[in-house]
Design a protein around this ligand. Sequence first.
Ligand code: FCB
Length: 432
Amino acid sequence: MSKDFELPKDFLLGSATAATQIEGGDIHNNWYHWSLAGKVGNGESSFTGADHYARYVADVKLLSKLNQECYRMSIEWSRIEPSEGEWSMEAVAHYRDEFRLLLEAGIKPLVTLHHFSCPEWFQKKGGWLGKDAVKEFLSFVEFSVKQFGDLVSEWCTINEPNVFANDSYVDGKYPPGSHGDIPAYLKVTRRLILSHLKSYKLIHKIRTESGFAGQTKVGFAHHLAVFAPLTSHPLARLGCFLSDFLFHEIQTKGFIEGKLSFPIGFGYPEGKGIFCDFIGINYYSRHLFKASYNPGNLFAVPMVDPNCPDSHKNDLGWEIYPEGLSIVCHRIWDQYKLPIYVTENGIPDEKDEKREQFIIDHLATICRLLDEGVSVERYYYWSFLDNLEWNDGYGPRFGLVEVDYSNMDRRVRKSALRYAEICKTKRVSLSL
Ligand code: FCB
């Protein structure tokens, strides 16, 4: 888009994080143990984080200084339930204080209950393959919503079930590090869907019983990428179709409609209905598929467009493809007509050369979507702070705010100042 544009005044702009990636200091989660086993890049550890658990007061002030209107964060299950059935009131007090500060600053919290990490005790019992996994997760959900439900009205049950199951059981990057275990991928996907459906009902029930009827929003954060065949070869098309079905479609049907599709099951285990008040979309990039099978992938091998110039790639080599945000939002909107929150979109860009344009191009895409009648209501830039990029360690720099890991000092990037201005005015003037 080459014109100036303006977002509606009630469109909310903010940023996102996840506890394990920024908090530091927790020894009870599975990523700490994964780090101890040397599985995080450069031998780095989730114990470091960005020291946010200690610095949350200053960080909330910084969010406010950057005019963030909404903030997506997660609570660490292992801090709240460090051993099975033992609840930490210290962690409860900590998060309550963080929510209180956000609300006082006029920043709306959207709280994720499961963002890739779990307590080590849960992992040891088999993680999401353990026989009581769904029940154990629900007991954490129930406790958390009862403890925080007076402060938090918006909940995201599970972050990126597809990436989580794939990276944990198919390409082995996340704990427990299984390779090519498609049956585990399918079983875990089914359990994540069941957990979401039951959590959706439970959260609404608890909030309603606590006097907040009609004031609760529950959804999940779906990772939707653009998948396309690289060539017109029938096997490239088939690989692309099957990957898309297993990585996007079974989750879409399950989490939104409550429907289990073959091969994860049949029917509607929690009844027919709509189990999302909003659909969170995490969008980053496009992947192309060749006609080849590799057991470390769901079906075909995803790759970056070979013609993509470096200027259109981020520091991790992913293609920058803002048009894709329109494709994935239409995919959901055209079918469900439910409000969309872009719950993650961001770029690792250490030199901060591409971030400003990246944000503007994706917001311009949202502006077009709104003109087309697609109800996108929010945009959360990933991420507020530099953080632990899971198995890639601290190398990739996604933050609006740079973190100096030698002393944990924060430095606001230039692109963040521009974004802060956009958050305030809702206007993007391209002559600036
Ligand atoms: C998403 C994750 C998030 C972050 C970004 C870069 O898949 O949800 O935690 O790592 O990618």
